[in-house]
Unconditional design. Sequence first.
Length: 191
Amino acid sequence: MKQLRYISVIIIVLLMTGCAAPKPSAESEFYLLSAPSLPHRQIDLNSDLIVVGPVTVADYLKRSSIVTSRSENHYDISKLDQWGGDLEGEIQLTLLKNLSSLSADKTYVQYSGLANSVGAYNLRVDILRFDARLGGEARLEAAWAWMGKDQKAISAGLFSKSSAAGSTIEQSVAAQSELLKQLSQAVLTAF
């Protein structure tokens, strides 16, 4: 009987320590927007210099977490799915790469990067909406303006498009990247 009690106590202790053992926590996943690689070429110093930026994003996007929408008025902020960098900077870099691949006759640089905007054309973009509903649509809404070398607006517009987001965060980020490519094409046409 004593042995049975002793074995019972050992089993209970083992079960309790098994339940109390720390479980591995889920790890964050990091995502980057995609764009074509920069073309390998010598920059023509006589070509038009285009400064891409500043790019601003709506306040609800100013975080490292990826934002998805449940409905028009309900958003989820992921605890584990994160942008791999600052979203404003990632969008700016994606636009720069897209524009560089679409128009090789101009030189594109990042705002606050290689050159300032004095004496250069400047593309400014305000991102108003940039999210996706898993299993639904990815959405991009932006206001943009081309500024001339004299810093006066020469062209401006609004962009609003949606596309299928897919069912995973990775697919929705790919859809958002495609929307940024479409924005790049639209603003380049208006230059």
